[in-house]
Design a protein around this ligand. Sequence first.
Ligand code: ATP
Length: 875
Amino acid sequence: VPTFHAAGIDNPAALAQLDVSHFEALGVKDGEDRRKLFFLVQRIKMACDKSDQTSSEVDSVLAKTMGPSLSLNASQAVEPDLDMIQSSQSSSQQSSKEHRQEEIVPVATQSPRPMRRHEHSDLTTDDDDVFLENKASLSNQKEENSKPVKDSTDLEPTAVSVEELPANTVTTRRTSRRIAEQKPVSERQSKLAAPGKRSSSLNRLSVDTESKITSRRTTGLGPTDPRSIPMRVNKRLSVIPAEAVAPMSPLGELLADKIDTKALSDLPSVQLSDSHDHLSVSTSSSSGDKPQASRQSRFSRSYTNPDIGRPSLGGNHQQRSSSMNGRVSVQGRKVDTSFKAQIEKLRQENIQEYELFGKPDANQEAYDDNMRIRVMVRKRPMSRSEIVAAGDVDVIHPFDHGSYGRLLVYNPKTKVDLTKTIEALSFSFDNVFDETSTNAQIYETAIRGMIPNLFDGQWASIFAYGQTGSGKTFTMMGSTVTGLSENTFDPSNLGLYYMAALDLFQAIRTPGFEHFGIRASLFEIYGGKLYDLLNDKEQVKCLEDSAGRVCFPGLTEHDVYSADELMDIIDQGSSIRATGSTSRNADSSRSHAVLQLHLVETTQNGKHQSEFSRLTFIDLAGSERGADTATASRATRLEGSDINTSLLALKEVIRALATGDSMAHVPFRGSRLTQVLKESFVGENSQSVMIACVSPNIGNVEPTLNTLRYADRVKERNSETGELSAAVASNMRRKVNVRQPPPSKINLMKRSSSIETDNSEMLEELLASPKQAERPTSVDIDYSNLPEDNKCRELANELIMEHKRIMSEMLAMVKDEMTIVNQADADHEGLKEYVSQLNAVHEQQLSHIAILREHLLAYRIAQTGGDDSFEDLRD
Ligand SMILES: Nc1ncnc2c1ncn2[C@@H]1O[C@H](COP(=O)(O)OP(=O)(O)OP(=O)(O)O)[C@@H](O)[C@H]1O
C-alpha cells in the first residue's frame, strides 16, 4: 500500500486503472496474488463505475477487501463530500420557499425517494445517547411540538451554516419543526439516522470520535438555538493516520511485501476509466440440487445496467468528476445495455482471467482412460434459425482446464425494476467441448481408450443426453445421419458409432484375434416398450433370468463385417425410429435408441459363439420440459412423462455407479431404460461416458441449465476448482483386472489428422500398471474374522454412512417430487403422467429404504447375536 502511494497511485480510481498486465511488472510473481489483485481491481472498478455513488463507496470496497489501510487519501475522499454539502447548503439557502417545501417533506409523511447527495452525509445517531445528553433540548422540542402546526408551508428548513462550523464537521439540512413533528423522539432520531445508516459504507473508514454539530434555523433563530438537535457524528479518517485505525489486512501486508516499488514507480500514469457499466460480483449458485457453499464461481460476475432504476445523476455527477481531479467523463455516453453487450463484456473478462490463471499447463495429463464414469459436455454451434430468432446471443462459455473442464452459463435476468443483469453460473465436468469441437475429438478423448478394454471382457456404454435439438444424434450418428452422405461428407464429424466400429474391425483383423466377431442390434425404448429397429419394429421383451441377467427374447442380432456395413443397417433402422415434433425440434427423437455392438468369441471347435463383451450406445430421447410439450398432443405429453421418468432413473443409476455404491441396491427397475442397461453397468470394471449436449442460444438457457444440473449430479465436481466429491474420487478409476490377454498390437486405422494415436502404447501401459487394490463394497466385506466389537463398529459405520447417503438421495428426490406435484396441481389434465411419475419415485424411495433396512438389520443382528425382536420390514 505505501508502495502504491509512493508511486503516485494515491486514490482508488487510479488504482482501478492498474491492468492485470501491470501486476507482473510490479513484481507480483505469485499467480494467486495476481488473481487476488485482479479481483481487487475489478471491485474497485465496479465502485468507480457506479457513477451515482460517492467516492467513499470506493473506499468502502477497499476497506472490505484490503482493510482500512488502503484509504491512502482519505482526506481527498472527504473533501468532495464537504464541498457537496456546502454547495447544496448554499443552494438551499438561496432556493425559493416552494422549492424548500418540495424538498423538505415532514418526516411523518415522507415517502421513500432516492437519497439525495447531500443526505449521504456522515451522520449517525445513537438514539439513547442523544436522548440522555439532550434532555434539555428535547424538552424544548416537546414544547415546540405542543404548538399546533398549521400546514406544511409553516415548515421552515433548518439548514446548517457551514461557515460557522469547524472543519471536519458534517452538517445536515433539516427543519427542526420537521424533526420535532408528531413523532416520538426515538423514532424521529432513527429516521434521522437513516441517511447515515444507508450510507454506512461512508462510515466504514471512520472512527468513533464523537463531536457534536449544532444546527440552527436559517430563519430567525440564533446560532445557539436550544431546539437544535445534537447528534453524534463520526469524524472522518482524514484526520487520523490510517495505521492508527486498524492493522493492515493480510492481503495488504502480502501486497506490500510483494510489490516492487521501483517497478511501480516506472508505471505510466494512469487514466480513469469512463465505462458506465457496473460490474458486480454475483453470489449466485449453479445448481439447485446440492449444497451451494462451494458453488460461487470465481468467474461469477453480473453486470447491471446503471441507467435503469437509478436517480438522475445531475450535478452530483459533476461533483464526482471534480472529486476525481476532473479526469472522469462519464456523462452523455450511450451505453449498450443489452444482454448481448453485457455477456460480451463478461466473456472478455473471463477470457482474460482464464488466459492468466486458468489455462492448463501444456504438460498436464489431461485424460484418464481408466475413468469409470466420464461426464462431458458438448456445446453445439448456433443454428441459423437461432441466430435470426435470438439475435445470436451465445450464453455458454466453456474453458478447458486440462484435468477438468469448466463451463459458464450467462443467465439473463430482468429484475422487477427492469434492470437487465447477467448471472454467471459455473459448472465443472470431466471435459467440455466448445462449438468448434468435432465428433473425432470427442471420440479420441473419451471413447477410443475404452476399445481395448472390450478385449479385456469389459462392458462399456456411451450416452448422449440433452434437450431436444441439442446435437445428440449428430454426435452419435454424424454430420448427416450416418455421416456417409457423399454431399456433406465431413471426416471429422463422422458419428461415434462409425468411429468405434472402425477401431473394432481393425482390432479383430489383428493376427491372434480372428476368433472375435462383431454383431449388432438396434432397438428403441418407447413408452416403456422395446421395439427392434432391425426387424420391422417388432416388439421385444426384456426379461431377467434366474441369475439376474437381462435378456431380450426376440431381439435380432446381425453379424457385421465392416464399419460401412454397420452404418448401412443403422441407417435403415434409424429411419423407422419414433420421432415427433415439439416446439423446439420439428424432428425430435421421442424414444431412446440403443445400439449394441457385441464382441463375440468363437469357441475353439468353431461351433459356438458367445458374447465376450459389449459396447452400447444410447441416443437418449430429448430431455423434455413440460413447457416444450405444452402445446403438443396428450400422447406427446405422455411420451414426455415416460422420458422424464426414465431419465430420472438413469441419473440415479449412473450416480450410484460413480460413487461406487453396491450395484445390488441400485434401482435398475426404476424404469425400462435402466433395466435394459443393467448388464452394461453391473460389471465392476464397466465404463460409461455421458455426453451432455447443450444448445448455446439465449432462448434455451433454462433447458441448458437443467441438462447441466443433471450431468453435474453424476460426479458433483466442485464448480470452481473442478475437484471431485469424496464419494466419487475414491471410485473414479476402474480396477484394471486383465482376464484376457488384450491384442498385442491394434493397428488402428488413421481416419483423420485428429485421430492418429496408436492404441498399442496405451495397451502396454495398461498392462504394466499395477493392479489396484480391490475396494470391498458393503456386501463384499467378510465380517466373520473380525472380533465382535470391531464387527459392530464396522457395521455401525456402514449404517451411518449409508443413512447419510440415502438422506441426500431422498432430499434430491423430494425436490423432483415437488416439481412433479406442482405440475400436477397446475395441470389436472396431466394426472396420468403424474401418477406414473409418482409411482417411479416411490419405487426408488422404497428401494432406498430397503437398502437402509438391510444395514440396520445387519447391525442389530451383530449387536444382539440374532436374538432380536426387530421386525424385518423389507417385504
Ligand atoms: N456439433 C454440431 N455441429 C453442427 N451442427 C450440429 C451440431 N450438433 C447438432 N447440430 C445440428 O443441430 C440439429 C439438431 O441436432 P440433433 O438432431 O442431433 O439433435 P438431438 O439432440 O438429437 O435432438 P432430438 O433429441 O430431438 O433428436 C441438426 O440439424 C444437427 O445437424
